[in-house]
Design a protein around this ligand. Structure first.
Ligand code: NAD
Length: 329
């Protein structure tokens, strides 16, 4: 099937071309993101594939539908960038990658926690400069600490299992209880239980209910010095409130792989430009903040499954088969 693939990088194109040998689709790659200014590029493509920072709102979908697009395949689990209601009204079906190595994100969240707590990023830079001083690098033992997992789905449960392995007490916060989370030793608590946590890790999707779930009010309630890890979606955290909490020491550290305004920054090399986003510049100026550019999913296993699932969905659509990964409202 003729498919316009937006926001593609070299590493994806190589893998897609390899995998496509057994599907035989006609792919046209666009490095640019899909959005109001680029939707016209998709005219005449029955299938369009997008990534997390493409904007697939009602306006863009209406352009796509007019141009003959019938399928949008997002190469992600999250789908907060797609207006599902508009898609349904326009007769555009939407598929996602329901399941791919949740270990990739859970393991990265643990990596961020370890780096932030034990200041591994600082030590790396110091020793390259011949500085073997330990001053300023002290962390804390994870054993015996309390970890709050917000969202105990696929990723949150694996993150919980790893933290239990470290000897932590793991508290779960979710609107649906997972038997697997409880089986591995996690314990569900009510909202006020957050006050016990030394570490909070976010693993719930971004929805109208979870937007700014970490705001000034929530941050005022956490234990002083709590460490916050966000590998889920930037919009879960009110960044300005997090900055204030870092300034007062209420938040002891922040590690984020996602950022609310990431669409204009992430997945691009902006090292020779002046970055006009003052909030992110303020964030990276803190010694107790680590920021990565939405790379938690980025393992060979995860990317392989993401692309293979996307191709299989496009093949199913082309053959008129049921779409097992369709997002239904
Ligand atoms: P999942 O659907 O298996 O789990 C999400 C969990 O969040 C569910 O148990 C759900 O009940 C819970 N939840 C929903 N609303 C909630 C609320 N208001 N409060 C608490 N919990 C709530 O999803 P997953 O595969 O574990 O992925 C989780 C998120 O991770 C995705 O939505 C996506 O945003 C993010 N993600 C990030 C990356 C990355 O590279 N950084 C990659 C993949 C996924």
């Amino acid at each position: 099937m003729r498919t316009a693939i937006f926001s593609t990088k070299k590493y994806e194109r190589m893998m897609l071309d390899e995998l496509n040998a057994s599907h035989d689709h006609e792919f046209v790659y666009f490095e640019t993101a899909l959005g109001p200014g680029t939707a016209s590029l998709a005219a005449g493509f029955p299938a369009v594939s997008v990534f997390v920072n493409d904007s697939v709102d009602a306006h863009v979908l209406s352009h796509l539908a007019t141009g003959g697009t019938k399928l949008v395949a997002t190469r992600s689990t999250g789908f907060n960038h797609i207006d599902l209601k508009a898609a349904r009204e326009l007769g555009v079906r939407v598929v996602r990658v329901t399941h791919y190595s949740p270990n990739s994100v859970a393991e990265f969240a643990v990596g961020l926690l370890l780096a932030l707590n034990r200041k591994i990023h600082k030590a790396y830079n110091r020793t390259r400069e011949g500085n073997f001083e330990l001053d300023g690098l002290m962390g804390f033992d994870l054993v015996g600490r309390t970890v709050a997992v917000i969202g105990t789905g696929n990723i949150g449960t694996i993150f919980a299992r790893i933290m239990i392995g470290f000897g932590c007490t793991v508290l779960g916060f979710d609107v649906h209880r997972s038997p697997e989370f409880e089986r591995i030793g996690g314990r569900y608590v009510e909202a006020e239980g957050i006050e016990e946590a030394d570490i909070i890790s976010l693993h719930c999707p971004l929805t109208p209910d979870t937007h700014h779930i970490v705001n000034a009010r929530a941050l005022a309630r956490v234990k002083r010095g709590t460490v916050l890890i966000n590998t889920s979606r930037g919009g879960l955290v009110d960044t300005e409130a997090a900055i204030e909490a870092l300034k007062t020491g209420q938040l002891g550290g922040l590690a984020i792989d996602v950022y609310e305004q990431e669409a204009n920054l992430f997945f691009k090399d902006l090292s020779s430009t002046v970055i006009p986003d003052d909030v992110i510049q303020r964030l990276v100026s803190f010694p107790n903040v680590i920021l990565t550019g939405h790379q938690a999913f980025f393992t060979r296993e995860a990317l392989g499954t993401i692309l293979e699932t996307t191709l299989a969905s496009i093949s199913d659509f082309a053959a008129g088969r049921p779409l097992t990964n369709e997002i239904k409202m």
